[in-house]
Design a protein around this ligand. Structure first.
Ligand code: THU
Length: 132
């Protein structure tokens, strides 16, 4: 299934009455299944959630915990990059070599890896043993 089509289609359902900036995200899980998410804003602005977070939630709800590919699209002049929080969220479930395709509605794309998006990421290895 095309990540681009899934991301573009789910973007149509984004709830973004405050920013008017609708975003669609599609994630391929290790099984090959594809999960979709869109941004969901809220009148209490900080309660809004990003498209990537929605797609991750759908993947986890389906019982998958590893992602292999990500696609994000928005109607922006430049390919939209995940916010800092979403970079950390994506890194939780994917290795550094996972490709994240950033896209505009007009068809401009840019590919970056998770490692490029979040260099020096805080990871499970930082926790070490004996935490808690
Ligand atoms: N947004 C996303 O959903 N994903 C991104 O990668 C960038 C930003 C959303 C959050 C908010 O609803 C709107 O775009 C404007 O920031």
């Amino acid at each position: 299934m095309s990540l681009e089509k899934v991301a573009r289609d789910v973007r149509d359902n984004a709830y973004a009455p405050y920013s008017n900036f609708r975003v669609g995200a599609a994630i391929r899980g290790a099984s090959g299944a594809v999960y979709a998410g869109c941004n969901v804003e809220n009148v209490a602005y900080p309660e809004g959630t990003c498209a990537e977070a929605g797609a991750i939630a759908a993947m986890i709800a389906a019982g998958e915990t590893r992602l292999t590919e990500v696609y994000v699209v928005a109607d922006s002049p430049h390919p939209v990059t995940p916010c800092g929080g979403c970079r950390q969220k994506l890194a939780e479930f994917g290795t550094g070599d996972v490709v994240v395709t950033l896209a505009t509605l007009e068809g401009m794309t840019e590919a970056m890896t998770l490692a490029e998006l979040l260099p020096g990421a805080f990871g499970q290895h930082h926790l070490g043993t004996g935490h808690g």
